[in-house]
Design a binder for this molecule. Structure first.
Ligand code: FAD
Length: 461
């Protein structure tokens, strides 16, 4: 079957999450024609992941925050006469020329979509840290747990430990409890001083401490202990998770001797933050920040003409910021395509976005990943699961073969050469290199940047 070439539109939006939906609406409301491409069956992205329509959920909003506003946005989005939504469709290649962009897609709509401007709202991938046993069935990220619960109505286990660092520990534990999953404990590798250093977030966005307090109250009601300075450092079981080894950790996340104990559980949900999904932006030549997010100006324009970006792809900051950035980006894209936009409204959005982003960045700075996690690894702990490369081999490549950048580690070990193309191990290898050499690798992130964003049949090429 040949791919359809669609008539050119003013704005192409890649992603229909909290950033992509308001971007499409803002551009369409200004008069622009818009095509939205998204891998999901329904709009909402990672945050408002929805059950398939066939599930016939009686109360689809029960596990969601801000559901009423979100459904109003989804209704406006799906019924807007100037928005075309290509659902269950993946963009595998984006090309650019003087007149705009061409997006090649696979999935439900095999097409070449052309547009005058592009808004990248591709979100972020969850960061995962390896530890012995992390590849056993039953260890999953909180995002995967959320996808099971919200997208399939399936609980991840019957007795679950939640572990890692950052604000999502609390939010995701609430979702697990709301779905009726027994949570044994929430282990936060960071200490209580974390929350003190996040104080600027409370000043800039007073809703955040209230939200955290609400989650803590839910944990208390369900008698789930929230334990700071604790980590799951190993998971054991015969073919699936049967128990987790838990330890007290110091401020650098090194194990405090004599504190190991074993917890019988059948699932471990981990959260160590996110990595912006910048592959397509990098392939288009958009400059990145030192945090490996897409660099944007106040109007969400990237360094490449006609390419804008919004949401987690421009830096991890949560759903509120993504929504505000999307609306700003959509207006700027319509403006670039020659439509009149409501500048007073945009200025208001920009002010709120800036305040909320500063709050989110304060929270993020307060919960960094500490290097002590590397001491949890055994020589045979897999670092790259696709190519089955153990930690010992990566360490030896750095120490003995003098592999001092990501590309050399990849070529000497095969790390990052598998199906996920380093989406999972790229940040881990960068951390191992930084730890061994004392400086960040010069080609940080480079392991995962590809022009082709998605596996595609040779026939399409
Ligand atoms: C477990 C969990 C709990 C969370 N809880 C909270 C919370 O309580 N509060 C909060 O503020 N935030 C929370 N977040 C974070 C929140 O989900 C994100 O901030 C938000 O979803 C970012 O929106 P986005 O539009 O930038 O990206 P996303 O929501 O990730 O949307 C990106 C979209 O782009 C699509 N896409 C990407 N690449 C392609 C491609 N090549 N082709 C086609 N489609 C593509 C994806 O399918 C996706 O639909 C949570 C996240 C998780 C995982």
């Amino acid at each position: 079957m040949r791919a359809e070439t669609t008539p050119p539109v003013d704005v192409v939006v890649l992603g229909a999450g909290p950033a992509g939906v308001p971007a499409a609406l803002a551009a369409a409301d200004a008069g622009a024609t818009v095509t939205v491409i998204d891998a999901g069956e329904r709009p909402g992205g990672q945050y408002h992941r929805q059950l398939p329509r066939e599930a016939g959920a009686a109360r689809p909003g029960v596990l969601h925050h801000g559901w009423r506003a979100a459904t109003a946005r989804f209704r406006a989005f799906t019924t807007h006469p100037r928005i075309r939504h290509l659902a269950a469709t993946r963009a595998w290649l984006v090309e650019r020329d003087r007149d705009g962009v061409r997006v090649h897609t696979t999935g439900a709509h095999r097409a070449t979509v052309t547009g005058r401007t592009l808004v990248l709202a591709t979100g972020a991938t969850e960061r995962v840290l390896p530890f012995p046993g992390w590849d056993l069935p039953g260890v999953l990220t909180v995002g995967a747990a959320q996808a099971l619960i919200k997208g399939q109505g399936v609980r991840p286990g019957l007795r679950v430990l939640v572990a890692g660092t950052g604000p999502l520990l609390l939010a995701s534990s609430s979702t697990l409890l709301a779905a009726g999953t027994p949570v044994a404990a929430v282990l936060d590798a960071s200490g209580p001083t974390t929350w003190l250093s996040a104080a600027p977030a409370a000043v800039l966005s007073p809703g955040k401490p209230m939200e955290a307090a609400g989650h803590l109250a839910e944990l208390a009601r369900a008698r789930v202990p929230y334990l700071p300075n604790r980590a799951v450092i190993r998971v054991e079981g015969d073919g699936q998770v049967e128990r987790a080894v838990v330890a007290e950790v110091d401020p650098d996340w090194r194990i405090v001797p004599g504190t190991l104990r074993t917890e019988p559980v059948d699932a471990v949900c981990v959260s160590f933050g996110f990595v912006p999904n910048v592959g397509t932006a990098a392939a288009l030549g958009c400059a990145l920040t030192v945090e490996e997010a897409v660099r944007v100006d106040a109007a969400q324009r990237t360094t490449v003409d006609r390419v804008l970006a919004a949401g987690e792809v421009t830096g991890i900051a949560g759903a509120t910021v993504a929504t505000l950035e999307g609306a700003v980006a959509g207006a700027a894209a319509a403006d670039r395509a020659g439509y009149a936009v409501d500048r007073v409204r945009v200025r208001r959005l920009v002010r709120r976005r800036d305040r909320e982003r500063r709050a989110a960045e304060a929270l993020l700075r307060a919960t960094p990943i500490r290097e002590g996690w590397i001491t949890w690894l055994d020589d045979d702990t897999l670092v790259c699961r696709c190519e089955e490369v153990p930690y010992g081999r990566v360490r030896d490549a750095i120490a003995e073969l003098d592999a001092r950048d990501l590309r050399s580690v990849k070529l000497t070990t095969r790390c990052g050469m598998g199906l996920c193309q380093a989406a999972m191990c790229g940040s881990t290898v960068a951390d191992l290199l930084r730890h061994a050499t004392g400086r960040p690798p010069a080609d940080a992130g480079g392991l995962a940047h590809r022009a082709v964003a998605d596996p595609v049949a040779l026939g399409r090429l």
